[in-house]
Design a protein. Structure first.
Length: 564
């Protein structure tokens, strides 16, 4: 009897999984999902191997946001079974589940790898719902790593499929997604046009969660373009809906946005009350680290606006400490690797074309070589016929050759002398750069020490210290040594500057300046100090320079610049 009940339950669940198009897992009720998960885990050991794939994929889906490691575990097993039994649809689903698992774990390279494989299979099968979901997932992946143009390309494809399907809810979702990408690119007016389209469609469907999301996004855009009254209107409407559906995480997000708007309006009392309300709700939410982080940052801004610098420093310090805990250096490295991977893939077709051109060039070289050999044979015949004449002139030639060798030797000595002088001047230039870097570090340390001084109400002391900070900051920004350093670069590296600008005319002045400093083998920290920028800005600049110079990841930037 027990086996019969399990068989009936298994048949029902498989039917649900088969008929269900892959939709947004976050729209499901968590309690219902947990009940379903418990049922699936109970049935799984009793099912035959060939029938396990769909169950494993569904379990992997339910675990997406709650336990991505479990998603990867069950999706990997589903992928193995789908290949074993040639189940193409389930293979495409297993691959996108793996993509989601790695995406939630911020492992972008593997997420992209599995997402592209899923896309290939789902294009072959031709199921519009599944294909749209995979394209949408890849679009959000590129959005997360900051490649907004690539993200926009994928979400536009999703919109076309949703329009073909004719689903208002899905079209509204695509409008909202495209609006978020334009907001990320800084074009809030264009983003608003898509959010409005999304809101118009979703209102007819009475989907309160989506309505609140569209209104929240519109409120943020209005805040960014300083239309604060409109921002408050849409954010408060979204907050009212969120209270009805009891979505606490979203409510905290909206409270934070309203607090930022009221800070801009200098209504500090209301801003503080909103931050307090948000802080109370945060205590009831699991996985609330990022919410606490955002609350501390906005609270620090509040105390800065109200001139309470002690409290502002306290909350900002907490914000920095919590940021370092959440966003580790490993994640930053993964993100950088992912961006490099994307650039490599983007250039794959270009490399193929270059390979074809290289083959054509090789053929041309072979023809030229054959022609050269023929010319050489003809030349030998002519030389043979003129040998007697050459013999008479040999003595003159030898004498002339001897004089030429002496002249070349003299020129070589002069050139070596000039190279020694140039090397000395370059070393002097490098030493000057190091001196500037060291002195800049001293200025920064001195300024930092002054900023960290503790004082009470001695306003006059604070005024004098602030004045001293400004004085040293001015010296840091406009010291003559830096100007002399850049002038010497223009004089000593004039040949290099001419060649790199001629070969790479699309480089900006800042790109060329960075290239010279890298060629001098200055470290990123020294370059940052010389130019009064952050170390992160230098790393980004080096990455962009490599990209503009067309270097592969394995190529050494310093060696490349020295060979120009």
């Amino acid at each position: 009897m027990k086996k019969l009940l399990l068989l009936i339950l298994f048949t029902f669940i498989c039917l649900c999984i088969t008929t269900q198009a892959q939709t947004n897992i976050w729209d499901e009720n968590p309690a219902d999902s947990q009940i379903e998960l418990d049922s699936l885990l109970t049935i799984l050991p009793t099912v035959k191997r060939a029938e396990k794939t769909a169950l494993l994929n569904r379990i992997a889906e339910i675990y997406w946001s709650s336990n991505p490691d479990k998603t990867i575990e069950y999706a990997s097993e589903a992928l193995q079974f789908s290949k074993e039994f040639n189940q193409k649809e389930q293979e495409g689903l297993a691959l996108i589940n793996l993509c989601q698992g790695y995406l939630f774990n911020d492992i972008y390279d593997k997420a992209l790898q599995y997402g592209l494989k899923s896309l290939e299979i789902r294009k072959e099968i031709g199921n519009d719902y599944d294909l749209a979901f995979t394209l949408r997932t890849l679009g959000w992946l590129y959005y997360d790593i900051g490649y907004f143009d690539k993200a926009l390309e994928y979400h536009r494809e999703v919109l076309k499929i949703h329009e073909k399907i004719g689903s208002k809810q899905r079209i509204a979702y695509s409008y909202n997604s495209i609006g978020l990408i334009h907001e990320g690119k800084g074009d809030c007016n264009l983003a608003l046009s898509f959010f409005k389209k999304s809101l118009e469609l979703i209102k007819d469907l009475d989907n309160k969660d989506r309505i609140a999301e569209a209104m929240t996004n519109m409120g943020i855009c209005y805040r960014k373009i300083d239309d604060l009254d409109s921002a408050i209107k849409f954010l408060e409407s979204a907050l009212e809906i969120t209270n009805q559906i009891k979505f606490e995480h979203k409510k905290v997000y909206i409270l934070h946005e309203l607090a930022i708007v009221y800070l801009k309006q200098e209504d500090y009392k209301k801003a503080y009350a909103l931050l307090e309300d948000a802080r109370i709700i945060i205590q009831t939410i699991k996985n609330n680290k990022e919410l606490i982080l955002e609350n501390n940052k906005i609270t620090s801004d509040y105390y800065v606006a109200t001139l309470n610098y002690k409290e502002a420093y306290h909350y900002y310090k907490r914000y920095i400490e919590e940021t370092s805990e959440i966003f580790s250096s490993t994640e930053s490295e993964r993100l950088a690797e992912m961006r490099i991977l994307y650039e490599a893939e983007r250039r794959e077709n270009e490399i193929k074309l270059l390979e074809q051109e290289r083959n054509l060039e090789a053929q041309k070289r072979n023809f030229l070589l054959i022609g050269a050999l023929l010319l050489a044979i003809i030349a030998i015949l002519i030389i043979g016929s003129l040998w007697n004449n050459i013999k008479k002139k040999k003595a003159i030639y030898l004498q002339s050759h001897k004089l030429s060798k002496e002249k070349l030797k003299t020129q070589q000595l002069e050139r070596e002398n000039l190279e020694h002088k140039l090397e000395f001047r370059q070393k002097e230039l490098t030493n000057l750069a190091l001196f500037i870097s060291q002195r800049t570090t001293i200025y920064k340390d001195f300024t930092k020490s002054l900023k960290n001084l503790k004082f009470t109400d001695l306003k006059e002391l604070k005024k004098n210290i602030d004045s001293l900070i400004k004085e040293y900051t001015f010296k840091f920004d406009f010291n003559e040594d830096i100007q002399r350093f850049h002038t010497n670069i223009e004089n000593l590296q004039s040949d290099f500057l001419f060649k790199i600008k001629e070969e790479f005319p699309h480089l900006t002045d800042k790109d060329v300046q960075l290239a010279v400093q890298v060629k001098l083998k200055l470290s990123s920290k020294e370059i940052a100090n010389i130019n009064n920028i952050s170390l992160n800005s230098v790393e980004i600049g080096r990455h962009r320079l490599r990209k503009k110079l067309g270097l592969d990841p394995k190529d050494n930037l310093v060696t490349f610049l020295e060979n120009i």
